[in-house]
Design a protein around this ligand. Structure first.
Ligand code: PMP
Length: 317
């Protein structure tokens, strides 16, 4: 057991004990994967703990649920406040936050409408997803033999639990073959994304990432990267990426809440660039960590202080 449990979990508006946050084995979600969720990070900053792009994550949660006709009772603002309350209740300085909206116990068939919608939120301490070394030196990955789900099958703009059965196939295959992670192609053979992160390619000084139509999750770190590139005067575009571009790219990196910004140093044992973290990746990482760490001016109000009113605002707003 590597999950570090905390004291409290938020459930339908109330804080309950971690060990009491259980669901029935016959709940709809267990058989049919009917849940949508988020992964959010709270960072330690000089001004106290602050959550990165909280509102955008809660908006995506609502959208994910809406696609599956799971309209729950809490507003975006209420779910943001719930996350902050939860972090305070667990006395966390930095943590990963996991809100989940699921279809619970009520009926056994595929029709979900007789099963109540439950909203839970947990948080825990979760350090570097792929390890500290990965952030500096990069990871060795493969192109997966599994594709992302085709359009009009499992909608990839919804961060739904069921999508992660596909992610697990990608990740397990990669690990079985000695790689850290797999990059999946879409149904037409274009680069899509990793099992839990978006992909960026640097080619001739320009930064590219696949558009949403290549079956990628609309990543919030992906969006952050594009904004940062624009700020820094680095050309960035959403563009379809043929598989072979991965092998001739100067740099490749992953972007996601869990992996943050992780360089990719080889793909299918082919070195990316000179096989180490590239200069643009390093520049973007430095900017990203300065922003999330609250040491850089937060011009866009991306950090929400956990102890609002108790501490000074994070950055200069
Ligand atoms: N793609 C997939 C499949 C993911 O699970 C994630 C993580 N949520 C991402 C991309 C990155 O999204 P974000 O930057 O919002 O965490």
């Amino acid at each position: 057991m590597t999950l570090k449990k905390t004291d409290k979990i938020w459930h339908n508006g109330k804080l309950i004990n971690w060990d009491e946050a259980n669901i029935h084995v016959v709940a709809h979600v267990v058989s049919y994967g009917s849940a949508v969720f988020e992964g959010i990070r709270c960072y330690k900053t000089p001004q106290g703990p602050a959550v990165f792009r909280l509102r955008e994550h809660m908006e995506r949660l609502r959208n994910s649920a809406h696609i599956y006709r799971m309209d729950y009772a809490y507003s975006i603002e209420e779910t943001c406040q719930a996350a902050l309350e939860l972090i305070r209740a667990n006395h966390m300085d930095a943590c990963y936050i996991r809100p989940i909206v699921l279809r619970g116990y009520g009926d056994a068939g595929v029709n979900p409408y007789n099963c109540p919608i439950e909203v839970y939120m947990a948080c825990w301490d979760w350090g570097r997803y792929l390890g500290e070394e990965a952030i500096r030196n990069g990871v060795d990955v493969c192109v997966s033999s599994w594709n992302r789900s085709a359009p009009n099958t499992l909608p990839q703009m919804s961060k739904a639990a069921a999508n992660y059965m596909n992610s697990q196939l990608i990740r397990m295959e990669a690990m079985a073959n000695g790689y850290v992670e797999g990059i999946a192609l879409d149904v037409n053979g274009y680069v899509s994304e990793g099992s839990g992160e978006n992909v960026f390619v640097v080619h001739h000084g320009k930064v590219f990432t696949p558009p949403l139509a290549n079956c990628v999750l609309p990543g919030i770190t992906r969006d952050t990267m594009m904004e940062i590139c624009n700020d820094m005067g680095i050309a960035v575009a959403e563009q379809m990426i043929p598989r072979e571009m991965l092998y001739i790219a100067d740099e490749v990196f992953f972007a996601g809440t869990a992996v943050e910004i992780t360089p990719v140093r080889s793909i299918d044992r082919v070195k990316v660039g000179n096989g180490a973290r590239g200069p643009i990746t390093k520049q973007l990482q430095d900017e990203f960590y300065a922003l999330v760490g609250g040491v850089k001016e937060d011009r866009r109000g991306w950090l929400t202080p956990v102890h609002a009113g108790v501490t000074a605002p994070v950055g200069v707003r």
